[in-house]
Ligand binder design. Structure first.
Ligand code: SF4
Ligand code: SF4
Ligand code: FES
Length: 266
């Protein structure tokens, strides 16, 4: 009698090869670890297991483990990603997974970088200017304008787009003049906001994007869009329209003023 056979199911646990960058401001190197992986785990789980079993002083920044706080940004096999949203199942089991800190920002220790460049750039952008004569709570906007803002507001400030942008990734010298995609998107959001009264205060947001925040450095390669974990179409919906608005403003500032006033009266 033949005995029924069943093909063995692959074990849900296996041992992965990890290479993790360890070091500080004085330099460092990749360190190898062999570490257990279980079904459903993400790269952050494996980093935590390395901390628990082999390297308790391994520095990593994280908070939510749900893709919402934006703090676990790093590079996995050279690609900017969130550690908590990268499933181990996307890598072949025999592939060495290399985890390194964000390349565009200075290392503090191990996988933790100093991202204060981004906060400095955020402070350079004038805040929303409330419309004069309209009480808070009485603001009204068309749904299409609400939806445009909402897309940009999904940003979790992970700075993966900032890290991947070639303008600053290998060019520290460009940082003073270039705000990066995340903050050019912020300028775009405010410039397209129908209630923003910055224009009446003498602030031309689209022109300042060009003149002060380095919009001209962007050659719309869309690398920032490709790494955004929130799926924000940074290039198509923010940077390209902002470039168009900056050109319009440059050649016909009266058109801009007329549009602004006209839109507010609709
Ligand atoms: S589209 Fe512009 S901002 Fe985005 S990565 Fe390319 S150059 Fe940088
Ligand atoms: S735009 Fe996307 S990639 Fe850039 S900081 Fe925001 S969430 Fe991160
Ligand atoms: S830990 Fe919050 S986004 Fe990854």
């Amino acid at each position: 009698m033949n005995t029924p056979t069943s093909s063995p199911s692959p074990s849900s646990s296996y041992e992965a090869k990890f290479r993790v960058w360890r070091g500080d401001t004085d330099g460092g190197e990749l360190t190898d670890f062999a570490v257990e992986v279980n079904e459903g785990e993400v790269v952050l789980d494996i980093i935590h297991r390395i901390q628990a079993t082999a390297a308790p002083d391994l520095a990593v920044r994280w908070n939510c483990k749900a893709g919402k706080c934006g703090s676990c940004s790093a590079e996995i096999n050279g690609r900017p990603r969130l550690l908590c949203m990268t499933r181990m199942s996307v890598f072949p089991r025999d592939e060495t997974v290399t985890v390194t800190p964000l390349r565009a920002f200075p290392v503090i220790r191990d996988l933790v970088t100093d991202v204060s460049f981004n906060y400095a750039k955020a402070r350079e952008i004038p805040a929303f200017v409330p419309p004069p004569g309209v009480a808070a709570g009485a603001y009204r906007m068309r749904q299409i304008d609400v939806e445009r803002s909402q897309e940009f507001r999904k940003c979790i400030e992970c700075f993966l787009c900032q890290d991947t942008c070639h303008v600053v990734r290998d060019h520290e010298e460009n940082k003073p003049a270039f705000a990066g995609p995340r903050f050019l998107m912020r300028v775009a959001e405010l410039d397209m906001h129908p209630l923003d009264a910055a224009g009446e205060s003498g602030i031309d947001r689209a022109r300042s994007a060009q003149d002060e925040h380095g919009l001209g450095y962007c050659n719309i390669t869309k690398c920032c869009t490709e790494v955004c974990p929130e799926g924000i179409r940074i290039t198509d919906n923010a940077l390209i329209p902002l470039k168009e608005r900056a050109v319009d403003r440059k050649y016909d500032p009266l058109v801009w003023l007329g549009n602004k006033i006209g839109r507010r009266r609709e």
